[in-house]
Design a protein around this ligand. Structure first.
Ligand code: PXG
Length: 288
């Protein structure tokens, strides 16, 4: 496996960063999880834009421009002979010393691109739907760590994931500081009710899958789409609930906190949107 590390493609065994790297010491960095389908990197421009926005807010100055980063992603996928891939793009503050002050990182950020095969939820979970729970760990307050920042500091989500693991379910619903539904640990959440598709307005990452699904629901399914405050009560009484993310695409949810959602089976809107999304992934992106 070839890894892109600071401008060079190196073997996996040689792809190493310093123990003084501030991404390692403090989670001081940014990342993207991206997918390629049949020779198309789905919405790569949107992923690169989001990465640069995270870096801009974190005052991480990349030497590479967006065009260079786009080419580096494509080069890495090609070097590994992949047509379908999961791509992890990681930028760290760079090498510093043991102080957390980012000014200690005097060199360039470390830029790492890994292109691998994707591991997915088993097929049967798409046919049956997931059972998930709400967890006590509240999503980061937007004025503490804004959920739009796809930073390397994922402890908030990891703590929630541990609570999901303890409950024996594959995902966790996280609420925001006011008790409204925010998102899951690595996925956005949607509900369908009376011809309307709703998704949380605040406290969540603006997922790239989420944006695509909202566009498809509006343009291809004639659904009214809204970003709004959502309570657990509303989720419990939805006709359909599903999650979206780069890894999961769209996956149905059939039980939340012991309450059956709709008929208890994956619903027709979720199924239709999944088909539309899968068709879009092979068209909308950077071809290689
Ligand atoms: N919320 C959070 C907190 C995320 O981390 C999403 C929503 C969905 O966003 P996208 O843009 O993917 O539709 C994410 C995405 C991983 C992994 O390895 C995590 C994500 C994406 C891919 C892989 O756990 N997070």
């Amino acid at each position: 496996m070839k890894i892109f590390l600071n401008g060079k493609l190196v073997e996996k065994e040689d792809a190493r960063v310093s123990v003084f790297d501030h991404g390692f010491l403090y989670g001081d960095g940014a990342f993207e999880g991206i997918r390629a389908y049949d020779g198309v990197v789905f919405r790569l421009a949107e992923h690169i834009d989001r990465l640069y926005e995270t870096c801009h807010t974190m005052l991480i100055h990349l030497d590479m421009d967006k065009q260079g980063m786009t080419e580096a992603v494509v080069k890495t996928i090609r070097a590994n002979g992949l047509r379908n891939a999961y791509i992890r793009l990681v930028v760290t503050r760079g090498d510093g010393d043991l102080g957390l002050d980012p000014r200690k990182c005097k060199g360039s950020p470390n830029v790492i691109i890994i292109a691998d095969k994707i591991t997915l939820y088993p097929d049967e979970l798409y046919r049956q739907g997931l059972e998930i729970v709400t967890v006590p760990t509240v999503r980061n307050h937007p004025e503490a760590i804004n959920p739009q920042l796809k930073s390397l500091n994922y402890l908030n989500n990891i703590l929630a994931k541990i609570e999901a693991n303890n409950a024996g379910v594959p995902e966790a619903i996280m609420l925001d500081g006011s008790g409204y539904v925010a998102e899951c640990t690595g996925d956005n959440i949607f509900m369908v009710k009376k011809g309307e598709l709703k998704t949380p307005l605040q406290g969540r990452l603006r997922g790239i899958t989420r944006d695509a699904v909202m566009e498809l629901a509006d343009s291809k399914c004639g659904l009214k789409v809204s970003e709004t405050l959502i309570t657990r009560h509303e989720l419990f009484n939805a006709e359909e609930v599903f999650l979206t993310g780069t890894a999961a695409e769209l996956i149905p949810v059939v039980k939340i906190d012991g309450r059956m959602i709709g008929t208890g089976k994956p619903g027709p809107v979720t199924g239709k949107l999944l088909k539309l999304f899968q068709a879009l992934t092979r068209k909308d992106g950077v071809k290689f």
